[in-house]
Ligand binder design. Structure first.
Ligand SMILES: C[S@@+](CC[C@H](N)C(=O)[O-])C[C@H]1O[C@@H](n2cnc3c(N)ncnc32)[C@H](O)[C@@H]1O
Length: 271
């Protein structure tokens, strides 16, 4: 695997930032899938004994709400994303949840705009729980993100939790979508032994991984087609695309009885 140059990483990161800014509003349609990976991830992170928690790539803030519900009092929680539009959406969600400090009230949660590849405001060895749901497979420098995670983690108490896309054959909500059959988002999870070696190389001594189905739809092919239409910006004028989408979802759900969802890989790592 070729190591990306700093210039390639910076350019790609900028392109991705633009995509996520544009996608922040529509990302709400993905919450149903996202919560099926962050729920089991959080449940294995022993958040009740944490003193400082950092979430990166927080999206619209739903996982941050759950983290707050599990963090003990006195534990500092920072949630972050590199997209200003995601930060806006997360801020609105967390304000509605009364989770952010305001002039009359101290709070335990702070929200910050920063990249997982450069956690500039986070001191070295200051974090004991690090959470990145559905991000590691997306960044242009996976090894750099792992090294930055390790840098901020406390060597004695630190636990990092990541989730990524798993096997494409078990991830029909993405791999059946016409025109998107083989996304590069599946690359990081294709060889989990190789991924474990990369996590070790970034300075972690213990790694655990398991596969977690995240179900989007069991019964109704049309709901999947509507979800794809939103994601792809398609309309009813896109007749050929729609016909193919309906054919694929009907075959998978009605003929083959397959759940339509995403297989996540949940990863825990300790220094
Ligand atoms: C698939 S979404 C997951 C969002 C959230 N973790 C959830 O579970 O709902 C990926 C998120 O990571 C953010 N992101 C992508 N690349 C990033 C980077 N290099 N640093 C920080 N955030 C990033 C995106 O803006 C987006 O909010």
């Amino acid at each position: 695997m070729a190591t990306p140059t700093p210039e390639t990483i910076a350019t790609r990161n900028q392109e991705l930032l633009q995509c996520w800014d544009n996608f922040a509003n529509d990302f709400r349609h993905y919450e149903k899938i996202m919560q099926q990976s962050w729920r089991p991830l959080l449940s294995h992170m022993d958040l009740g004994s944490a003193r400082s928690i950092l979430e990166v790539g927080c999206g619209r803030g739903e996982c941050a709400k759950a983290i707050l519900g599990m963090a003990p009092s006195g534990c500092s929680v920072v949630t972050s994303d590199f997209s200003s539009e995601m930060i806006k959406a997360a801020t609105a969600a967390l304000e509605a949840h009364d989770a952010l400090p305001n002039p009359g009230r101290e709070g335990q949660l702070r929200i910050e705009q920063m990249s997982a590849l450069d956690l500039h405001s986070v001191p070295t060895a200051s974090i004991d729980r690090y959470i990145a749901n559905m991000l590691l497979h997306l960044v242009p420098d996976l090894d750099g993100m792992l090294r930055e995670t390790r840098r901020v983690l406390d060597a004695k108490t630190g636990i990092a939790g990541f989730t990524i896309w798993g096997d494409r054959a078990q991830s029909l909500v993405f791999s059946l979508r016409p025109g998107r059959e083989d996304s590069p988002n599946f690359d990081a999870g294709r060889d989990l032994d190789a991924l474990a070696r990369r996590i070790h190389a970034a300075g972690f001594s213990k790694v655990r991984m398991w596969r977690q189905p995240c179900i989007f739809e069991l019964w109704d092919p049309e709901r999947v087609v509507e979800f794809w239409m939103h994601s792809e910006g398609k309309t009813i004028q896109d007749t050929e695309w729609l016909q193919e989408a309906r054919k694929r979802t009907t075959r998978a759900i009605c003929d083959e009885g397959k759940p339509i969802g995403l297989e996540a890989v949940i990863i825990l790592a300790m220094p």
